[in-house]
Design a protein around this ligand. Structure first.
Ligand SMILES: *[C@@H]1O[C@H](CO)[C@@H](O)[C@H](O)[C@H]1NC(C)=O
Ligand SMILES: *[C@@H]1O[C@H](CO)[C@@H](O)[C@H](O)[C@H]1NC(C)=O
Ligand SMILES: *[C@@H]1O[C@H](CO)[C@@H](O)[C@H](O)[C@H]1NC(C)=O
Length: 455
């Protein structure tokens, strides 16, 4: 009797061991096995030396159906698909936004569109995805079991379709007089005195998006007009079919220039946006003596009415950026995201440009933002020289806090559906059991040292 119960323990542990290692291996494979990859190209973008294109494309190709996005990456390529380095075409930003369009609505038919923005506080930063020069080396992967769920037929209003809008802002800096000046949209280099709507520039506005809008031209070196070429934003979307085990994340985009003045009520359509999107960094010799380190520290407080567990976080900064961080109300660091600069010439490693941002993947459930919590966002820039048109955004993915499961329950939750789908694991485990049992029985009959086996 004693032998058989010992034997059972042994077999049971072997079975658990073998099946759990299969679970680990099987889930990883299965996870990425079912990930689909779609690669698309924007309409062509035509650029001359020093020219700017800031175009909006409606109803771009996108994966359709009720799915969960796992990553979104983009880069600028030429007609042959070759990556174009940032010192030739500076990708100021690309932004992808979701909207609902009434069936048969045409571009510009504004009443027939419903904007389906993210969950963040900035009305003018409603995109779902968006990066800039850092796009090649920033990890955008949403870990399992999470996903950015789209195309849910329950959410799409009757008579509407879900569509996607792409905005690409690219600056050609081949043969320009001042590369950094062009990428920072210095108004003097663009020879503009009014913004894209023809309004005169505000007093003291020396650089930013109001000076490098669509079809503007940055100053080039003598004799370098022309050089027209045709480029594309290539974007790669990884996604999985929706299934009930996917936990949907919500997207929040915070902005360090957010003044927090949200006009009460929804009628204040024309009220100035509380998120200014861009700001300037004065050079340290012109600012106070106290700043010996020459670091410009921007700080703002932001409240999220509805929080959640942090799944992913990343900041967006421009050249000169030296780090960004988000803190909770109690001062706890929630996520810090730092730029890395390129060192060479080739695409993805361009010296002087931010080619990637570090990301945060906290252990799910370990970092939570409470409803109404007062967060602090910090964006640091080097102020060794002046910078115009810089940004300090923070992109967060949050999930509804999951009820804490006890280990046994969660083990069952994971194991049972898995074993049902993968009956062969049971078969295999059964086979191993039979072989082991046979071996043990054989040893037991041959010798008395069965206890060594059991040990
Ligand atoms: C799945 O693939 C993505 C990139 O394609 C990677 O970042 C991620 O770590 C992979 N997941 C696992 C569990 O291997
Ligand atoms: C700048 O703009 C003015 C008026 O728009 C124009 O007359 C002038 O030639 C421009 N200068 C350069 C260098 O393009
Ligand atoms: C910002 O700069 C200050 C001063 O150098 C430093 O104490 C702080 O840690 C920096 N924060 C980030 C997120 O880089």
């Amino acid at each position: 009797m004693w032998y058989s119960s010992q034997l059972w323990m042994l077999l049971l542990s072997i079975m658990l061991l073998s099946s759990s290692s299969y679970i680990a291996a099987g889930r990883v494979d299965k996870e990425n096995y079912s990930v689909k990859t779609s690669v698309f190209f924007s309409p062509p973008i035509y650029l001359n030396h020093g020219s700017v294109q800031d175009k909006y494309y409606h109803d771009i190709p996108f994966p359709r159906g009720h799915i969960a996005i796992k990553s979104f990456d983009g880069e600028v390529v030429d007609e042959n698909g070759n990556s174009i380095p940032l010192h030739e075409t500076y990708l100021h930003h690309w932004v992808v936004a979701r909207y609902y369009s009434q069936n048969e609505a045409k571009d510009g038919d504004l009443e027939k569109f419903i904007y389906a923005g993210n969950s963040g506080p900035c009305r003018n930063l409603g995109q779902y995805f968006g990066l800039g020069s850092e796009t090649r080396k920033t990890n955008t992967w949403v870990p399992d079991p999470y996903g950015i769920v789209i195309g849910n037929p329950m959410e799409i209003p009757e008579g509407y379709e879900e569509k996607w809008l792409l905005n690409v802002h690219a600056i050609d800096t081949r043969n320009v007089e001042d590369r950094l000046g062009c990428t920072e949209c210095k108004c003097s280099l663009y020879n503009v005195t009014s913004d894209q709507y023809g309004r005169p520039l505000a007093n003291g506005y020396v650089g930013g998006l109001h000076c490098c809008y669509d079809e503007t031209q940055c100053r080039v070196k003598e004799g370098f007009n022309g050089g027209l070429r045709k480029l594309y934003l290539k974007y790669t979307v990884k996604w999985v079919e929706w299934n009930p085990r996917i936990l949907p994340v919500k997207i929040f985009i915070l902005d360090v220039t957010d003044t927090g003045d949200y006009p009460p009520g929804s009628s204040a359509i024309n009220a100035p946006f509380s998120c200014k999107v861009e700001y300037s960094v004065p050079s340290c010799d012109s600012s106070s003596e106290a700043n010996r380190e020459c670091v410009d520290i921007r700080k703002t407080k932001v409240v999220l009415p509805h929080g959640g567990d942090i799944i992913y976080g990343v900041a967006h900064q421009h050249t000169g950026g030296v780090g960004s961080a988000l803190y909770g109300e109690d001062g706890q660091l929630l996520c810090s995201s730092n730029p890395f600069y390129g060192k060479g010439e080739e695409a993805g490693d361009e010296a002087g440009y931010i080619v990637g941002m570090s990301t945060c993947y906290p252990k799910p459930g370990s970092l939570n933002i409470k409803d109404g919590e007062l967060l602090t966002l910090i964006s640091n820039y080097s102020s060794l020289r002046m910078h115009t048109g810089v940004m300090g955004l923070f992109y967060l993915l949050l999930v509804e806090p999951q009820p804490k499961l006890n280990t046994l329950f969660s083990l069952q939750e994971v194991t049972v559906p898995y074993l049902v789908e993968h009956w062969w694991v049971l078969l295999l485990a059964g086979g191993i059991m039979a072989v082991v049992a046979a071996a043990i029985y054989r040893r037991r009959n041959e010798t008395d040292s069965y206890q060594m086996v059991v040990n």
